[in-house]
Design a protein around this ligand. Structure first.
Ligand code: GCW
Length: 651
């Protein structure tokens, strides 16, 4: 009965995902919130259903941090700045949403929080024409910023502690700095400021030529230096709290200082100097690789290590978590432990470019926690995440992809939180009616990343995606004339001996970029963790695995396990039908069916293709491929890099 009531109620409310994890009921509690006026107060007045709350400013609390204490029948939120008060307010609202009792019962509070990083920042890969590179949730929310949507975006981010947003794609069009674009950025900044969010822009390094009409963009040229200084001043006139620039330079065809015989440090420092009087920063990306390199994984280290210590104080080097490119599993990028004298920040990808786009349920916190098990959070200055946000009603394309936005924010606040804690919290906030069954969904979320690795690229295999998109498998993709490092055979190296990229001392030497202990561990095929085996080794098909199976048999089983897990996720969800509002239930079910079929497609395509090299049978004790290799090789998904495929393999 209760269940029916709840389901009926939420369906009537229209649960379309647009309220994200902030599914709060208005309380209109104006009388009991006192103290510092601002967004924190408005939010509590609108949504807090409990007793009196006092908002107060207090010195001695870290920037953006707060305390929440029960004192004499009141709850006191104290912070050094407005943002801290806002984060405290959202903390309280979260407690209200998570409690099964009345908010009035929330008492005896003694909470103290402060963020691990000052910069907790989203990177939007949004283009001026409204497309979003690797965006799977519709078009850019910044194209015609809708005030209500901007407000919700501000609230959602503030509720998880995100305090910065880069508005445009790192493949930046020069016009990002035109007067018109800057006016737009100003308007967005004005709308987000009440939520403690600063805006940043990606810039095109050749802007002085393309926007300014200069003959060069050489960072040491006085006219160029002057141009940037003026441009920066112009920006700060419009946006006094502008955050700074994000730069992709000399990478994948983007212009950069090397075009003028200068280094990354020359380029970054020139911009940093222009921003410095305004306290702005430069986030300079280390995502660089050249077609002639024998191992793409070596590149960032080779280019940036010689510059360690040469960057200005307000430059942070932004490094992707892995050395190649946001694969379902990579080792951490060795730059993180090698660079000692340069501020660094990690770039995670929240949008699932390589993990099933907005069709697959893949909870990413375990992947990010894995990174932090190698790279100490304290060794970093900041955290950036490539956003998975678009103008879809539910913001992220998949209801469960909201959990990744949520987890990113929570981890940027506190990287010590566990994946489980975050998922539990998110589930409670997002599907409150599921309380009793949450443990099963929780397991689905926690197992989902490993399942994805299993059905896509187990045992260290990587980058075997289709040529024209990064959604499905095309380990065979190798057309003439395409850069080798843009084709899967460059990475998997399948032949009659085995599979995998030899990055040992005898191979590309990539293991040397890691600290000694890890270098030894990874270098030896018998000690290398099996989940990275084909990342570091060309593994013979008959190599004996810890399970006792040969590598080939293990590979087959891993793929098949992934398929079974994906099917299990669907079965768990199907059982949730009575407890979830109908729209979200149907939409998630639809996606999980796609995921289960895609998992089969991945398994069959990869195993049948690799079998043409291994010449070994698929083990009898597992399910055998149901698709035909030739058909899969003919299959195309006609999408651009700005779209989520409607279906996966549908032949
Ligand atoms: O992951 C790859 C993507 C590109 C992206 C690039 C980058 C913005 O395939 O679409 O470009 O990395 O991170 O710069």
């Amino acid at each position: 009965m209760l269940v029916l009531l709840l389901t009926g109620w939420s369906a009537a409310y229209g649960e379309d995902g647009s309220r994200l994890w902030l599914r709060l009921e208005a309380a209109h509690n104006t009388a009991t919130i006192t103290g510092v006026k601002g967004t924190a107060m408005t939010e509590l007045q609108t949504y807090w259903q409990g007793g009196p709350v006092v908002l107060k400013r207090q010195k001695g609390i870290a920037r953006d941090g707060y305390t929440i204490k029960s004192q004499g029948g009141k709850i006191v939120i104290a912070a050094a700045n407005d943002a801290g008060l806002l984060y405290g307010a959202y903390h309280l609202l979260r407690l209200q949403q998570c409690t099964t009792q009345n908010a009035q019962s929330i008492k005896d509070l003694d909470i103290k929080e402060q963020p691990a990083y000052d910069l907790r920042i989203l990177n939007h890969w949004d283009n001026p024409n409204g497309t979003v590179e690797r965006g799977f949730a519709g078009r850019s929310i910044f194209l015609n910023p809708d005030p209500e949507r901007m407000k919700m975006y501000g609230r959602a981010n503030a509720s998880i502690g995100i305090n910065g947003t880069v508005l445009n794609n790192v493949n930046a069009k020069p016009e990002a700095l035109s007067s018109e674009s800057l006016q737009k950025a100003k308007s967005i900044a004005d709308q987000l400021r009440p939520y403690g969010i600063r805006v940043y822009l990606s810039i095109n390094f050749a802007s002085p030529i393309k926007v300014g009409g200069l003959k060069t963009a050489d960072p040491l040229n006085p006219d160029v230096i002057h141009w940037w200084k003026d441009k920066v001043n112009e920006i700060y006139k419009l946006i006094p709290d502008f955050g700074g620039f994000l730069v992709k330079a000399n990478s994948e065809g983007e212009p950069g200082p090397q075009d003028f015989g200068r280094t990354h440090a020359d380029g970054a420092n020139m911009l940093a100097k222009a921003l410095q009087p305004h306290k702005g920063i430069v986030m300079w990306r280390a995502f660089v690789y050249a077609p002639q390199s024998p191992d793409r994984a070596n590149q960032a280290y080779l280019e940036f290590m010689p510059l360690d210590g040469q960057f200005a104080d307000n430059v942070i080097i932004q490094i992707k978590n892995g050395p190649v490119d946001f694969q379902p599993r990579e080792p951490y990028s060795p730059l993180f432990t090698a660079m000692q004298k340069t501020p660094m920040m990690v770039e995670f990808q929240i949008t699932q470019e390589y993990l099933g786009a907005a069709n697959h349920l893949v909870y990413l916190a375990p992947m990010w926690k894995e990174f932090f098990s190698f790279v100490k959070p304290a060794s970093l200055r900041a955290m950036a995440g490539v956003a998975n946000i678009g103008d879809d009603t539910n913001w992220c394309g998949h209801h469960f992809a909201q959990a990744n936005w949520y987890a990113f924010g929570r981890l940027a606040w506190n990287p010590e939180l566990t994946s489980k804690e975050i998922a539990e919290e998110w589930l409670k906030l997002t599907f409150s009616t599921l309380d009793t069954l949450n443990s099963q969904l929780l397991s689905v979320m926690l197992d989902s990343r490993e399942a994805c690795v299993s059905y896509m690229m187990p045992l260290g295999i990587h980058h075997i995606f289709a040529g024209s998109h990064h959604y499905g498998p095309e380990p065979w993709y190798n057309p003439r004339g395409v850069r080798a490092d843009w084709t899967p055979p460059y990475y998997h190296r399948a032949d009659s001996v085995g599979l995998g990229f030899d990055r040992t001392m005898q191979g590309s030497g990539n293991v040397r970029q890691y600290p000694d202990e890890l270098c030894r561990l990874y270098n030896d095929i018998n000690t290398c963790p099996e989940n990275l085996l084909a990342w570091f080794h060309h593994v013979p098909w008959d190599h004996r695995m810890k399970s006792g199976r040969t590598f080939w048999d293990e590979l087959c089983h891993k793929y098949d396990d992934g398929v079974h897990e994906a099917r299990h996720f669907l079965a768990v969800w199907d059982a949730m039908q009575p407890y979830v509002d109908s729209q979200r239930f149907d939409e998630v079910q639809h996606k999980l069916r796609i995921q289960a079929r895609d998992a089969e497609w991945w398994r069959d395509a990869c195993l049948l293709y690799f079998q043409t090299f291994s010449h070994r049978p698929i083990p009898q004790d597992m399910e055998h491929p149901v698709h035909n290799l030739n058909e899969m090789m003919q299959f195309r998904i006609p999408i651009t890099m700005y779209e989520n495929p409607e279906y996966g393999y549908n032949k």
